[in-house]
Design a protein. Structure first.
Length: 173
């Protein structure tokens, strides 16, 4: 109960700060408020579409297909498919986490899920285009060349470690 009041108090102070900043024309506070509104608009634009697509993914893609391409038996090929799927993921981590949960529920290997989450932070196509435009195509390519193998290696190590410690992921169902 106390934790809830702390959260409510902090949120109230945040919004009070934004309102007072607007009234007193305090530029940093106004900028914070504008950033908050832009973020909310971004979320409102992205999340409904993303959740519809995730729902369709849940219904249309069979567990057997996920187990075949992302399961324990698929080996390194599964990591490749996880990177391909991650490169087309829009919305960043807001979408990657529900998709990874859906993959887990349908039988994807834990190592492959870690690869998907890591690659969704590194290898998304819009991010690659942005980097190529501002940092140069060479930078974008070399970043993928070095990042993706490290993501795969760390995913395999983390997945194997969790499997040896008998770690269980609690299902939301």
């Amino acid at each position: 109960m106390k934790n809830r009041w702390v959260k409510i108090s902090l949120a109230s102070l945040y919004f009070l700060f934004i309102i007072v900043s607007a009234l007193l024309k305090f530029k940093p506070g106004i900028a914070i408020g504008n950033n908050f509104l832009e973020f909310c608009l971004y979320i409102v634009k992205i999340l409904p579409c993303a959740f519809i697509l995730i729902g369709l993914f849940e219904v249309w893609i069979k567990s057997e297909t996920i187990k075949k391409h992302f399961g324990v038996e698929s080996g390194l090929k599964a990591h490749f498919w996880a990177i391909i799927l991650a490169s087309f993921t829009i919305g960043g981590i807001y979408v990657a986490l529900p998709v990874s949960y859906s993959l887990f529920e349908k039988g994807a290997d834990l190592e492959v899920i870690f690869t998907y989450i890591g690659a969704s932070g590194v290898a998304r196509i819009p991010m690659t285009l942005f980097e190529a435009l501002f940092m140069g195509l060479g930078f974008a390519i070399w970043r993928r060349v070095f990042s993706l193998p490290l993501i795969i290696i760390s995913s395999i190590l983390l997945g194997r470690y969790l499997k040896t410690t008998k770690y269980k992921i609690v299902s939301g169902k």
